[in-house]
Design a protein around this ligand. Structure first.
Ligand code: HEM
Length: 200
């Protein structure tokens, strides 16, 4: 694909990006999934903070509904992203990368994927136990997953919060690892997840 405006000279080569992953970089679809989910997750933390600090039932309920809607979008994107990944091998890690780093990268990516599913799912269970599970999302009715129960509301509330904090902490480590690759190891690991750079 050619980006608009990338019409002169070397710019075309530098800005062209395939839809599918190649052996040495992520394609446009994987990148869109990655950055869209990152943006929505940041939105979700902001909304969780606003819910905690909101005064008044109505405004809280409105914020919770928005938080749930975006959570459902994250869950849907997570399913599509995982499906896309199953048929789209990610690029190879840089040659010469030590075994422990390969293992750490594989494990942390797997746990990040798990958390992208687990956080919205536990939020859905939490909201169902609180009696707010069933709601309309445009023309779509989202059902509650379990019966209303104060005990389960507390349990899933705690699990949802703990998993969200774990996701945040792991994402920080993940970002630091990406920056280490870029600024200290000077390899292509960060660049290949960005749409604008090609090569060095
Ligand atoms: C909530 C925040 C984030 C989550 C949940 C997340 C999740 C993930 C996951 C699951 C992968 C593996 C993709 C795959 O192979 O299918 C990945 C790759 C990657 N992420 Fe993130 N990410 C987050 C934020 C960031 C940020 C802010 C950066 C940039 C500083 C970043 C840089 C990268 C890079 C460079 C890769 C590719 C690593 C490689 O080539 O092996 N991520 N991310």
């Amino acid at each position: 694909m050619k980006w608009p405006g990338a019409s002169q000279g070397q710019g075309i080569e530098r800005l062209s990006i395939p839809l599918r992953n190649t052996d040495d970089r992520y394609g446009l679809i994987s990148q869109l999934f990655h950055w869209l989910i990152v943006a929505l997750i940041i939105f979700q933390y902001t909304w969780a903070w606003r819910i905690d600090n909101a005064e008044g039932f109505r405004i809280r309920l409105e914020l919770v509904t928005q938080h749930k809607t975006i959570g459902m979008v994250v869950l849907l994107l997570a399913v599509l992203r995982l499906a896309w990944r199953l048929f789209n091998r990610p690029p190879d890690l840089p040659a010469g990368m030590p075994r422990w780093e390969r293992l750490a990268a594989g494990l942390s990516h797997a746990v990040l994927y798990g958390l992208i599913f687990a956080v919205p799912l536990t939020g859905w269970l939490y909201s169902s136990a609180a009696g707010l599970g069933e709601y309309w999302w445009g023309p779509v009715s989202i059902p509650g997953l379990i019966e209303t129960s104060e005990r389960l509301e507390d349990v899933f509330g705690l699990i949802h919060q703990a998993l969200a904090i774990s996701l945040g902490l792991l994402a920080i480590i993940h970002v630091l690892a990406a920056l280490r690759h870029h600024f200290l190891k000077h390899d292509d690991v960060l660049r290949r997840m960005l749409p604008i750079w090609r090569g060095k």
